[in-house]
Write a protein that binds this ligand. Structure first.
Ligand SMILES: NC(=O)c1ccc[n+]([C@@H]2O[C@H](COP(=O)([O-])OP(=O)(O)OC[C@H]3O[C@@H](n4cnc5c(N)ncnc54)[C@H](OP(=O)(O)O)[C@@H]3O)[C@@H](O)[C@H]2O)c1
Length: 331
Protein backbone atom coordinates (compact mmCIF):
# COMPACT_ATOMS: atom_id res chain seq x y z
CA UNK A 1 0.00 0.00 0.00
CA UNK A 2 1.08 3.59 -0.64
CA UNK A 3 -0.37 6.25 1.63
CA UNK A 4 -1.65 9.30 -0.26
CA UNK A 5 -2.49 12.67 1.29
CA UNK A 6 -4.95 14.89 -0.57
CA UNK A 7 -6.55 18.27 -0.06
CA UNK A 8 -10.27 18.06 -0.79
CA UNK A 9 -12.72 20.90 -1.25
CA UNK A 10 -14.56 20.73 2.09
CA UNK A 11 -16.95 23.62 1.45
CA UNK A 12 -17.86 25.35 -1.83
CA UNK A 13 -16.09 28.69 -2.33
CA UNK A 14 -18.18 31.74 -1.51
CA UNK A 15 -16.51 35.11 -1.08
CA UNK A 16 -13.02 35.12 0.35
CA UNK A 17 -11.21 31.76 0.36
CA UNK A 18 -10.57 30.53 3.93
CA UNK A 19 -8.92 27.51 5.56
CA UNK A 20 -12.44 26.07 6.08
CA UNK A 21 -12.74 25.49 2.35
CA UNK A 22 -10.18 22.68 2.56
CA UNK A 23 -9.76 19.37 4.39
CA UNK A 24 -6.69 17.15 4.42
CA UNK A 25 -7.56 13.48 3.88
CA UNK A 26 -5.60 10.27 3.50
CA UNK A 27 -6.20 7.32 1.23
CA UNK A 28 -4.43 4.03 0.61
CA UNK A 29 -3.41 3.21 -2.93
CA UNK A 30 -2.83 -0.47 -3.69
CA UNK A 31 0.60 -1.09 -5.17
CA UNK A 32 -0.56 -4.33 -6.83
CA UNK A 33 -0.51 -2.84 -10.30
CA UNK A 34 -1.89 -4.16 -13.59
CA UNK A 35 0.19 -4.00 -16.76
CA UNK A 36 0.59 -0.41 -17.95
CA UNK A 37 -0.17 1.12 -14.54
CA UNK A 38 2.14 3.16 -12.31
CA UNK A 39 2.19 5.18 -9.10
CA UNK A 40 3.72 8.66 -9.10
CA UNK A 41 4.73 10.79 -6.12
CA UNK A 42 4.32 14.56 -6.33
CA UNK A 43 7.51 16.63 -6.29
CA UNK A 44 6.14 20.07 -7.20
CA UNK A 45 2.55 21.27 -7.21
CA UNK A 46 1.04 24.51 -8.36
CA UNK A 47 -1.62 26.87 -7.06
CA UNK A 48 -3.27 29.10 -9.66
CA UNK A 49 -6.06 31.68 -9.47
CA UNK A 50 -8.31 29.69 -11.86
CA UNK A 51 -8.76 27.09 -9.09
CA UNK A 52 -10.94 29.64 -7.29
CA UNK A 53 -13.43 30.04 -10.12
CA UNK A 54 -13.61 26.50 -11.38
CA UNK A 55 -12.76 27.06 -15.05
CA UNK A 56 -10.88 23.89 -16.02
CA UNK A 57 -10.48 23.03 -12.31
CA UNK A 58 -13.83 21.23 -12.01
CA UNK A 59 -14.06 21.79 -8.25
CA UNK A 60 -16.53 19.43 -6.58
CA UNK A 61 -17.13 19.38 -2.81
CA UNK A 62 -15.61 16.20 -1.36
CA UNK A 63 -13.19 15.73 -4.27
CA UNK A 64 -9.48 16.56 -4.33
CA UNK A 65 -8.79 20.07 -5.62
CA UNK A 66 -7.83 20.01 -9.32
CA UNK A 67 -4.53 21.11 -10.81
CA UNK A 68 -1.24 20.05 -12.32
CA UNK A 69 1.83 18.59 -10.65
CA UNK A 70 5.29 17.31 -11.48
CA UNK A 71 5.75 13.82 -10.07
CA UNK A 72 8.27 11.00 -9.92
CA UNK A 73 7.29 7.44 -10.77
CA UNK A 74 7.87 5.26 -7.68
CA UNK A 75 6.19 1.97 -8.71
CA UNK A 76 5.74 0.98 -12.33
CA UNK A 77 4.41 -1.70 -14.62
CA UNK A 78 4.69 0.69 -17.58
CA UNK A 79 7.73 0.35 -19.85
CA UNK A 80 7.45 3.91 -21.16
CA UNK A 81 7.59 5.31 -17.60
CA UNK A 82 9.94 3.19 -15.46
CA UNK A 83 10.63 3.97 -11.78
CA UNK A 84 12.42 7.33 -11.55
CA UNK A 85 10.69 8.91 -14.60
CA UNK A 86 9.49 12.47 -14.15
CA UNK A 87 5.98 13.23 -15.38
CA UNK A 88 3.60 16.17 -15.53
CA UNK A 89 -0.09 15.47 -15.00
CA UNK A 90 -3.39 16.94 -13.91
CA UNK A 91 -3.58 14.85 -10.75
CA UNK A 92 -4.83 17.57 -8.41
CA UNK A 93 -3.78 18.40 -4.88
CA UNK A 94 -2.51 14.93 -3.90
CA UNK A 95 0.83 13.46 -2.92
CA UNK A 96 0.45 10.13 -4.76
CA UNK A 97 -1.48 9.13 -7.85
CA UNK A 98 -2.38 5.80 -9.36
CA UNK A 99 -2.07 6.19 -13.12
CA UNK A 100 -4.25 3.61 -14.86
CA UNK A 101 -4.15 5.20 -18.34
CA UNK A 102 -0.76 6.84 -18.86
CA UNK A 103 -1.67 8.00 -22.38
CA UNK A 104 -4.57 10.04 -21.02
CA UNK A 105 -3.31 11.09 -17.59
CA UNK A 106 0.30 12.06 -18.37
CA UNK A 107 0.93 15.24 -20.36
CA UNK A 108 3.65 15.47 -22.92
CA UNK A 109 6.32 17.98 -21.94
CA UNK A 110 9.32 19.62 -23.54
CA UNK A 111 12.84 18.27 -22.97
CA UNK A 112 14.25 20.91 -20.63
CA UNK A 113 17.82 19.77 -20.06
CA UNK A 114 19.30 21.29 -16.89
CA UNK A 115 16.47 23.72 -16.20
CA UNK A 116 14.48 23.31 -12.96
CA UNK A 117 11.56 20.86 -13.19
CA UNK A 118 9.18 23.31 -11.57
CA UNK A 119 9.42 25.48 -14.70
CA UNK A 120 6.99 23.00 -16.28
CA UNK A 121 4.34 24.49 -13.97
CA UNK A 122 5.41 28.08 -14.70
CA UNK A 123 7.17 29.64 -17.65
CA UNK A 124 7.24 26.31 -19.53
CA UNK A 125 3.74 25.32 -18.48
CA UNK A 126 0.24 26.75 -18.49
CA UNK A 127 1.16 30.27 -17.23
CA UNK A 128 3.98 30.54 -19.79
CA UNK A 129 1.68 29.52 -22.62
CA UNK A 130 -0.94 31.96 -21.35
CA UNK A 131 1.57 34.80 -21.56
CA UNK A 132 2.92 33.73 -24.94
CA UNK A 133 -0.31 33.03 -26.82
CA UNK A 134 -2.65 35.34 -24.91
CA UNK A 135 -0.39 38.31 -25.52
CA UNK A 136 1.04 37.64 -28.98
CA UNK A 137 -2.10 36.26 -30.63
CA UNK A 138 -4.54 38.82 -29.25
CA UNK A 139 -2.50 41.99 -28.77
CA UNK A 140 -0.29 41.44 -31.85
CA UNK A 141 2.32 43.89 -30.47
CA UNK A 142 4.55 45.84 -32.85
CA UNK A 143 7.96 47.39 -32.25
CA UNK A 144 7.73 50.82 -30.64
CA UNK A 145 4.22 50.28 -29.25
CA UNK A 146 3.20 50.91 -25.65
CA UNK A 147 1.98 47.94 -23.58
CA UNK A 148 0.30 47.99 -20.17
CA UNK A 149 0.27 44.85 -18.01
CA UNK A 150 -1.75 44.47 -14.81
CA UNK A 151 -0.88 41.78 -12.25
CA UNK A 152 2.57 42.44 -13.68
CA UNK A 153 4.69 40.71 -11.02
CA UNK A 154 2.77 37.43 -11.09
CA UNK A 155 3.38 34.21 -13.01
CA UNK A 156 1.72 35.37 -16.23
CA UNK A 157 2.20 39.15 -16.04
CA UNK A 158 5.96 39.01 -15.43
CA UNK A 159 6.37 36.92 -18.59
CA UNK A 160 4.06 39.11 -20.69
CA UNK A 161 6.09 42.21 -19.83
CA UNK A 162 9.34 40.49 -20.79
CA UNK A 163 7.91 39.19 -24.07
CA UNK A 164 6.72 42.72 -24.82
CA UNK A 165 10.24 44.04 -24.21
CA UNK A 166 11.62 41.35 -26.56
CA UNK A 167 9.21 42.64 -29.21
CA UNK A 168 10.62 46.16 -28.81
CA UNK A 169 7.72 47.69 -26.89
CA UNK A 170 7.58 50.23 -24.10
CA UNK A 171 6.23 48.35 -21.07
CA UNK A 172 4.24 49.74 -18.16
CA UNK A 173 3.47 47.34 -15.31
CA UNK A 174 1.15 47.60 -12.31
CA UNK A 175 1.69 45.47 -9.20
CA UNK A 176 0.73 45.56 -5.53
CA UNK A 177 4.00 46.28 -3.65
CA UNK A 178 7.07 48.49 -4.04
CA UNK A 179 9.28 45.39 -3.89
CA UNK A 180 7.44 43.91 -6.88
CA UNK A 181 7.75 47.18 -8.82
CA UNK A 182 11.50 47.37 -8.13
CA UNK A 183 11.91 43.83 -9.46
CA UNK A 184 9.96 44.66 -12.62
CA UNK A 185 12.09 47.73 -13.34
CA UNK A 186 15.54 46.65 -12.17
CA UNK A 187 15.56 42.97 -13.09
CA UNK A 188 13.00 42.55 -15.86
CA UNK A 189 13.55 45.81 -17.73
CA UNK A 190 10.02 47.25 -17.49
CA UNK A 191 10.13 50.93 -18.46
CA UNK A 192 7.64 51.92 -15.75
CA UNK A 193 6.21 50.02 -12.80
CA UNK A 194 3.59 51.41 -10.41
CA UNK A 195 2.26 50.19 -7.11
CA UNK A 196 -1.49 50.38 -7.83
CA UNK A 197 -2.21 50.42 -4.09
CA UNK A 198 -0.34 53.72 -3.71
CA UNK A 199 -0.65 55.45 -7.07
CA UNK A 200 -3.74 56.62 -8.94
CA UNK A 201 -3.94 54.72 -12.26
CA UNK A 202 -4.92 57.80 -14.26
CA UNK A 203 -2.04 59.85 -12.88
CA UNK A 204 0.41 57.02 -13.57
CA UNK A 205 -0.76 56.53 -17.15
CA UNK A 206 -0.77 60.26 -17.87
CA UNK A 207 2.93 60.17 -16.98
CA UNK A 208 3.96 56.88 -18.66
CA UNK A 209 1.62 56.97 -21.67
CA UNK A 210 0.64 60.63 -22.21
CA UNK A 211 -2.32 61.59 -24.42
CA UNK A 212 -3.98 58.16 -24.34
CA UNK A 213 -1.14 56.36 -26.10
CA UNK A 214 -1.54 52.76 -24.88
CA UNK A 215 -1.56 50.38 -27.87
CA UNK A 216 -1.95 47.08 -25.99
CA UNK A 217 -3.34 46.18 -22.59
CA UNK A 218 -2.86 42.70 -21.12
CA UNK A 219 -5.36 42.43 -18.29
CA UNK A 220 -4.95 40.05 -15.38
CA UNK A 221 -7.10 41.83 -12.81
CA UNK A 222 -10.30 43.31 -14.33
CA UNK A 223 -12.68 45.50 -12.31
CA UNK A 224 -12.38 49.26 -11.90
CA UNK A 225 -8.67 49.14 -12.61
CA UNK A 226 -9.34 47.94 -16.14
CA UNK A 227 -12.17 50.40 -16.73
CA UNK A 228 -9.66 53.15 -15.95
CA UNK A 229 -6.95 51.75 -18.25
CA UNK A 230 -9.44 51.75 -21.14
CA UNK A 231 -9.55 55.57 -20.90
CA UNK A 232 -5.87 55.63 -21.91
CA UNK A 233 -6.03 53.43 -24.99
CA UNK A 234 -4.98 54.70 -28.40
CA UNK A 235 -7.23 54.51 -31.47
CA UNK A 236 -7.48 50.84 -32.58
CA UNK A 237 -5.87 49.62 -29.34
CA UNK A 238 -5.95 45.90 -28.51
CA UNK A 239 -6.94 44.45 -25.14
CA UNK A 240 -6.34 40.86 -24.06
CA UNK A 241 -8.60 39.86 -21.18
CA UNK A 242 -6.66 37.12 -19.45
CA UNK A 243 -7.95 37.26 -15.90
CA UNK A 244 -10.18 39.15 -13.52
CA UNK A 245 -8.71 38.29 -10.13
CA UNK A 246 -10.04 41.46 -8.50
CA UNK A 247 -13.53 39.96 -8.95
CA UNK A 248 -12.96 36.27 -8.17
CA UNK A 249 -13.98 36.60 -4.51
CA UNK A 250 -16.99 38.82 -5.25
CA UNK A 251 -20.36 37.30 -4.42
CA UNK A 252 -22.14 39.29 -7.14
CA UNK A 253 -20.92 40.64 -10.46
CA UNK A 254 -19.95 44.33 -10.57
CA UNK A 255 -22.50 46.47 -12.40
CA UNK A 256 -20.53 49.45 -13.66
CA UNK A 257 -19.38 51.99 -14.70
CA UNK A 258 -19.75 50.63 -18.22
CA UNK A 259 -16.88 51.55 -20.54
CA UNK A 260 -18.70 51.02 -23.87
CA UNK A 261 -18.49 54.62 -25.05
CA UNK A 262 -14.69 54.60 -24.64
CA UNK A 263 -14.47 51.29 -26.47
CA UNK A 264 -16.48 52.76 -29.34
CA UNK A 265 -14.63 56.08 -29.42
CA UNK A 266 -11.20 54.45 -29.50
CA UNK A 267 -12.40 51.58 -31.73
CA UNK A 268 -10.83 49.02 -29.41
CA UNK A 269 -10.51 45.31 -29.99
CA UNK A 270 -11.16 43.53 -26.68
CA UNK A 271 -10.94 39.76 -26.52
CA UNK A 272 -11.14 37.30 -23.65
CA UNK A 273 -9.49 33.91 -23.86
CA UNK A 274 -8.92 30.60 -22.12
CA UNK A 275 -5.40 29.42 -22.93
CA UNK A 276 -6.46 25.87 -23.79
CA UNK A 277 -7.78 27.20 -27.12
CA UNK A 278 -4.15 27.05 -28.32
CA UNK A 279 -3.40 23.57 -26.94
CA UNK A 280 -2.99 22.15 -30.46
CA UNK A 281 -0.06 24.54 -31.07
CA UNK A 282 1.38 24.45 -27.51
CA UNK A 283 4.70 23.26 -28.92
CA UNK A 284 5.29 26.58 -30.69
CA UNK A 285 5.02 28.42 -27.36
CA UNK A 286 7.15 25.87 -25.48
CA UNK A 287 9.88 26.11 -28.08
CA UNK A 288 9.98 29.90 -28.04
CA UNK A 289 9.91 30.15 -24.24
CA UNK A 290 12.58 27.47 -23.85
CA UNK A 291 14.91 29.28 -26.22
CA UNK A 292 14.36 32.66 -24.55
CA UNK A 293 14.95 31.14 -21.10
CA UNK A 294 18.12 29.35 -22.21
CA UNK A 295 19.42 32.55 -23.82
CA UNK A 296 18.71 34.46 -20.61
CA UNK A 297 16.21 36.70 -22.41
CA UNK A 298 13.33 35.63 -20.17
CA UNK A 299 13.89 35.49 -16.42
CA UNK A 300 11.74 33.33 -14.20
CA UNK A 301 11.15 33.69 -10.49
CA UNK A 302 9.29 31.40 -8.12
CA UNK A 303 7.67 31.86 -4.75
CA UNK A 304 8.26 28.42 -3.27
CA UNK A 305 6.17 27.16 -0.34
CA UNK A 306 7.74 24.15 1.33
CA UNK A 307 5.37 21.39 2.40
CA UNK A 308 2.24 19.82 0.92
CA UNK A 309 0.41 20.69 4.15
CA UNK A 310 0.74 24.39 3.29
CA UNK A 311 -1.07 24.22 -0.07
CA UNK A 312 -4.22 26.08 1.06
CA UNK A 313 -2.04 28.79 2.61
CA UNK A 314 -0.14 29.26 -0.68
CA UNK A 315 -3.41 29.32 -2.61
CA UNK A 316 -4.98 31.95 -0.33
CA UNK A 317 -1.79 33.98 -0.68
CA UNK A 318 -2.54 34.52 -4.39
CA UNK A 319 -5.49 36.71 -3.41
CA UNK A 320 -3.39 38.68 -0.93
CA UNK A 321 -0.53 39.26 -3.38
CA UNK A 322 1.97 37.23 -1.35
CA UNK A 323 3.70 35.75 -4.42
CA UNK A 324 6.34 37.31 -6.64
CA UNK A 325 6.53 35.28 -9.84
CA UNK A 326 5.09 31.77 -9.96
CA UNK A 327 3.63 30.26 -6.79
CA UNK A 328 5.00 26.71 -6.43
CA UNK A 329 4.65 24.08 -3.71
CA UNK A 330 7.62 21.83 -3.04
CA UNK A 331 6.53 18.63 -1.32
N1 LIG B 1 -7.32 33.06 -19.45
C1 LIG B 1 -6.51 32.06 -19.12
O1 LIG B 1 -6.44 31.02 -19.80
C2 LIG B 1 -5.64 32.21 -17.90
C3 LIG B 1 -4.57 31.34 -17.64
C4 LIG B 1 -3.76 31.58 -16.51
C5 LIG B 1 -4.04 32.64 -15.67
N2 LIG B 1 -5.11 33.42 -15.95
C6 LIG B 1 -5.43 34.58 -15.09
O2 LIG B 1 -4.33 35.46 -15.13
C7 LIG B 1 -4.25 36.19 -13.91
C8 LIG B 1 -2.85 36.01 -13.34
O3 LIG B 1 -2.64 34.64 -13.05
P1 LIG B 1 -1.26 34.17 -12.43
O4 LIG B 1 -1.26 32.69 -12.41
O5 LIG B 1 -0.17 34.88 -13.11
O6 LIG B 1 -1.39 34.67 -10.92
P2 LIG B 1 -0.35 35.57 -10.16
O7 LIG B 1 -0.37 36.90 -10.83
O8 LIG B 1 0.94 34.85 -10.04
O9 LIG B 1 -0.97 35.71 -8.71
C9 LIG B 1 -2.07 36.47 -8.45
C10 LIG B 1 -1.69 37.96 -8.21
O10 LIG B 1 -2.85 38.74 -8.45
C11 LIG B 1 -2.74 39.94 -7.73
N3 LIG B 1 -4.04 40.24 -7.11
C12 LIG B 1 -4.70 39.54 -6.17
N4 LIG B 1 -5.85 40.16 -5.84
C13 LIG B 1 -5.89 41.29 -6.59
C14 LIG B 1 -6.83 42.36 -6.70
N5 LIG B 1 -7.96 42.39 -5.98
N6 LIG B 1 -6.55 43.37 -7.58
C15 LIG B 1 -5.41 43.35 -8.32
N7 LIG B 1 -4.50 42.37 -8.26
C16 LIG B 1 -4.74 41.35 -7.41
C17 LIG B 1 -1.68 39.74 -6.65
O11 LIG B 1 -0.55 40.57 -6.97
P3 LIG B 1 -0.49 42.13 -6.51
O12 LIG B 1 0.44 42.16 -5.35
O13 LIG B 1 0.06 42.78 -7.73
O14 LIG B 1 -1.87 42.57 -6.14
C18 LIG B 1 -1.29 38.27 -6.78
O15 LIG B 1 0.06 38.05 -6.51
C19 LIG B 1 -5.35 35.63 -13.01
O16 LIG B 1 -6.46 36.49 -13.11
C20 LIG B 1 -5.65 34.28 -13.63
O17 LIG B 1 -6.96 33.85 -13.36
C21 LIG B 1 -5.91 33.23 -17.02
Amino acid sequence: MVLCKKWVLAKAFHGKVTAENFRLEEEDISDKLKDGELIAEAVYLTVDPYMRIGIEAGNVVGNAMGGEQIAKVIVSKNKQYPVGSIVRMRAGWRTHTLVTDAEKQIQRSAEMGDLPLSLMLGAMGMPGMTAYFGFLKICEPKEGETVVVSGAAGAVGSLVGQIAKLKGCKVIGFAGTDEKCDWLKKDLGFDFAYNYKKVDVDTALKEAAPNASVDCYFDNVGGMFTVKVLNHMKLFGRVSICGSISNYNDTSLPTGPLPFFNILKSQLKIEGFIVMRWYAIWEEGEKAMLQWIKEGKIKHREQVTNGFDKMPEAFMGLFEGSNIGKAIIKV
